[in-house]
Structure formats: C-alpha cells, structure tokens
Design a protein around this ligand. Structure first.
Ligand SMILES: NC(=O)C1=CN([C@@H]2O[C@H](COP(=O)(O)OP(=O)(O)OC[C@H]3O[C@@H](n4cnc5c(N)ncnc54)[C@H](OP(=O)(O)O)[C@@H]3O)[C@@H](O)[C@H]2O)C=CC1
Ligand SMILES: CC(=O)N[C@@H](CCC(=O)OP(=O)(O)O)C(=O)O
Length: 358
C-alpha cells in the first residue's frame, strides 16, 4: 500500500534542490509543498529551473522553519553550515534529509578541522549500500535508515569513492592504509555560484585539480565510511579534478593488494557486494574476458553507479573505476532512496536506472 507524503524543498533555486524537485515530480507518492531560497526568495522557480515547467509558477519563499514546518518531509539543499539551525527548529514528526555536510561526520574533531566551527551532531548516514564490517552485502545501513527521522545524505565524491573501494575493504583483499583516488568532476558539483577555483576553467576548455594535498572536505567522510566497512585504519590520497562536463563523476581509486590475496578472488568481493543492489552495478566482463569500463554518460540523469574492478599485477594494486551522476546518485537520487527507506516505501520508488544519452 502506498501512502502519499508532502515534501518541502529548501534551497530549491540551487542545483541539488532543483534535482530533488525533478525526481520528486516523478515520485508516485510525493506532493510538493513549500519551496524556499535565500537571496532569490520572492522569485519564481521557473527563473532558476526552466527544465521544470510543472513548477515554473511557484514563488520561492524565505528559508525559515515556519515555512518548512507542517510537511511530512523536508529536504535541505543548503550550503554547509546553514542546515543545522533550521533542522533544530523542525519537529521529530517530520523526516529531514540534509543534502549538505552538517550532520555526516561522527568525529567532531574532523568536522572542526575540515569545515571549522561547531559540529552540529551526527545523523543516520544516507548511503543504503554502505557495507558494515563483516557484511558481504549491505543490510545494516538500510536497517539504520528504516524509520529514520533525520538523514545525512553523503557527499557526491564520497559516494563514488566509497562504492568503488568498500567491497575490497570489507572482504580484506586490499590495504586500506594505501589508497589513492583521482576523480574527474563535472562543474555542477560546485553549485550554481561558481567558486574561485572554477573561474579559470569557466571557459570549459580546460581541466584542473582542486582540493589537492589532503585538504578536500570529503576526506574524513571517506575515512569514516571505510572504517564502518571494516578498516582498522584508513589512509587515502584524494584528488578531484574539474573537467568540462556539466554532470558526472568518474572516480578512479586504487589500493595495494593485501598480502597473500589470490588475484582470482578479488572480483568475487565486488560481485558479492553488488549482486542484489538496484542502483550499483558491477559491469560485467565482455567477450573474451575484456572488461567494460564505466562512463559518466551512461549514468546521466539516472540513479545508477557503475563500478568496475581490475588487478594491476605489475603494480600490485587493485584498480576500481566508479561513474555516477553527482546530482542523482551523488545527491538527490540517493536522498530519495533514503526517503523511501525512512518512510517504508519501496526503495526504488520514483528512481530509475534509465539514463539520458547521448
Ligand atoms: N551540487 C552537487 O553535486 C552536490 C551538492 N551537495 C550539497 O547540497 C547543498 C546545495 O548545493 P548546490 O545545490 O550545489 O548549491 P547551489 O549554490 O546551487 O544552491 C544553494 C541553495 O542554497 C540557498 N542558500 C544560499 N545561501 C543560503 C543561506 N545562507 N541560507 C539558506 N539558503 C541559502 C541558495 O538560495 P539562493 O538562490 O536564494 O541564493 C540555493 O537555493 C550543499 O550543501 C552541497 O554541498 C551534495 C552533493 C553534491
Ligand atoms: C566540482 C566540485 O567542486 N564539487 C564539489 C562536490 C560537492 C559536494 O559533494 O559537496 P558537499 O560535501 O559539500 O555536499 C567538491 O568537490 O567540493
């Protein structure tokens, strides 16, 4: 039996809020209520998201607890640091999904080191596919999300790197203290207001690394996830690269093969982890055993994460490549999955693995 729910979206003028609305318009049970913004309050949603004509005439309201209250679900697509105060004013009768970082980390020292200021607290973490130590496939995280009233939705880079590496960590076939991840990132990941590090690439004829040298805010979140997956200690060198595409993340993450591991057993860990996942797909080997590799284009607009794994025997490293759409599986689609789990709806409601191509 399906129940309908009312949902308010804060930060509706932004990329993440807009993507949440695009997906909610296709959710069979969602009734879209208040839409809010900050400086753009008073303007029409159609000015910000002309691809959502069904909501074009909606007026954006200011982002206050009064406006957001009274809905079954509130989605917060706000800059980090802005969610905590609003969420604290919303009652427990309402499901709140925070697309930002405020409630993701359990270590307040890591929060202060990477974000600065007071840590707001920790909410159930919104990656249903997160493996817990000893699990061959994910169920504990789904159990943590079932019936939750607060969900901290992961960062998009974190989702890609975690999905790529966690099967090897959980199965003990890779060394979690020797991880390297280099990502190609579409520019929508930075939000609609271009950040200074993007300005040089604005012409889109260029690619450039950012957040280099252990400074990116997603590092402690990746460490946290891989610890949940069973690593006693995690060390990862993480470098994102802005590339000329509007959406998508291609994360190449490599790890030293654990001592004594039979190369033939590596693929099995990834196959087992994702065999029953509706949205995370390990690409099969093609004819003659040649592997097919993920592309961001194949995930565009879909809630899909595509994963592939290989062993580089010369280097003694396992190489994983994960592709996803930063705005869908990396944000709003992942949030809808959690919303479904929290409300007891089918996990896949309103979500698709069907992408847009070319
Ligand atoms: N873009 C992505 O791929 C991903 C984004 N996220 C997270 O989602 C959140 C939103 O990101 P994104 O949509 O990209 O950002 P955008 O810059 O595109 O949108 C930000 C939204 O927040 C509003 N806003 C800005 N400042 C404030 C404030 N002080 N108080 C309340 N509202 C404010 C803006 O309103 P106005 O238009 O009026 O200024 C706008 O609606 C962030 O926390 C981000 O880290 C997470 C994963 C991936
Ligand atoms: C291209 C680009 O800049 N992408 C962003 C990803 C945004 C994201 O996931 O942000 P939160 O963790 O704040 O939610 C980045 O790498 O910082």
């Amino acid at each position: 039996m399906h129940m309908s729910f009312t949902v308010a979206v804060a930060g509706a003028s932004g990329y993440a809020g807009g993507e949440a609305l695009r997906l909610l318009l296709g959710h069979p049970d969602a009734r879209i209520g208040a839409l809010t913004a900050h400086g753009s309050a008073g303007s029409l949603l159609g000015e910000h998201h002309p691809h959502l004509p069904a909501l074009a005439d909606r007026v954006l309201q200011p982002t206050t607890a009064e406006v957001l209250a009274g809905h079954d679900v509130v989605i917060l697509g706000l800059p980090h640091g802005a969610s905590a105060a609003i969420a604290a004013e919303l009652g427990d009768d309402c499901l709140v999904l925070d697309l930002g970082a405020d409630h993701r980390l359990s270590d307040s020292g890591a929060w202060t080191a990477f974000y600065g200021g007071e840590h707001a607290g920790t909410w159930p973490y919104g990656l249903p596919e997160l493996l817990h130590a000893g699990e061959a496939s994910a169920s504990a995280q789904r159990a943590a999300l079932a019936g939750a009233r607060r969900v901290a939705v992961p960062g998009c880079n974190v989702t890609a790197v975690t999905l790529g590496l966690q099967p090897g960590v959980a199965a003990g076939v890779i060394e979690p203290t020797d991880l390297v991840a280099v990502l190609a990132n579409g520019y929508s990941g930075a939000g609609k207001a271009l950040k200074p590090h993007l300005l040089a690439a604005k012409g889109l004829g260029s690619a450039q690394a950012y957040g280099v040298g252990g400074t990116h805010r997603h590092i402690p979140e990746i460490e946290q996830n891989l610890t949940v997956a069973g690593a006693a200690s995690v060390s990862i060198s993480f470098t994102p690269t802005l590339v000329p595409m509007s959406r998508g993340i291609l994360a190449t993450a490599t790890a030293r093969l654990a001592p004594g591991v039979d190369v033939g057993s590596v693929r099995e860990a990834w196959e087992t982890a994702y065999a029953d996942e509706p949205f995370v797909h390990l690409l099969p080997a093609g004819a003659g055993g040649a592997l097919r590799w993920p592309t961001t284009a194949a995930t565009s607009g879909a809630n899909t994460a595509l994963v592939q794994v290989a062993v580089d025997e010369r280097a003694g490293r396992v190489v994983t490549v994960t592709a996803l759409d930063n705005l869908v599986k990396g944000t709003a689609g992942g949030a809808l999955q959690c919303l479904n789990l929290a409300l007891g709806l089918p996990e896949t409601a309103g979500l698709t693995t069907t992408g847009v191509a070319p």
